[in-house]
Ligand binder design. Structure first.
Ligand code: SF4
Ligand code: SF4
Length: 129
């Protein structure tokens, strides 16, 4: 079984809406701030909310990420969490996260053994690290 057999994006945009929040690292903040012509401090104030001491990308009234404009408007510099979706470390920690994500993402298959899912997630993470 190939990775595309357990996940194939349907381009619906639902993962940019509401899912737990998108954390951004300091480096990511620098890059995105430059992209939107501001400095990191102003970026956090204007475009993020802070949860547990960590900045997350803000959401609009429609609950979509503030950078969602039918497509991701910061695609070249989008956070690692978005680039890696749905191959996230949290799935290796708890396979239930895959199933929760699948309830939000029509591209994710769940009718395969958990061990297969974990193997593919680990493989994709090693490519992206
Ligand atoms: S929710 Fe899933 S299928 Fe929809 S755009 Fe996001 S990754 Fe693709
Ligand atoms: S940064 Fe882009 S890909 Fe990530 S949640 Fe926002 S709109 Fe979606």
């Amino acid at each position: 079984m190939k990775t595309k057999d357990i996940f194939k994006c349907q381009q619906c945009g639902d993962c940019c809406k509401g899912f737990g929040g998108t954390f951004v690292t300091e480096k990511e903040i620098e890059k995105i701030a430059a992209r939107v012509d501001t400095d990191p401090k102003t970026f956090v104030e204007k475009y993020c909310r802070v949860s547990g001491g960590k900045p997350l990308l803000g959401q609009g009234k429609d609950k979509y990420c503030i950078f969602w404009e039918g497509l991701c408007s910061i695609h070249p510099v989008k956070p690692r969490m978005c680039k890696n979706w749905p191959f996230l470390k949290s799935v290796l920690v708890d396979i239930n996260n895959w199933h929760i994500m699948a309830s939000l993402c029509p591209g994710i298959r769940t009718d395969v053994p958990d061990s297969t899912i974990k193997a593919h997630v680990a493989q994709e993470l090693s490519k992206n690290s």
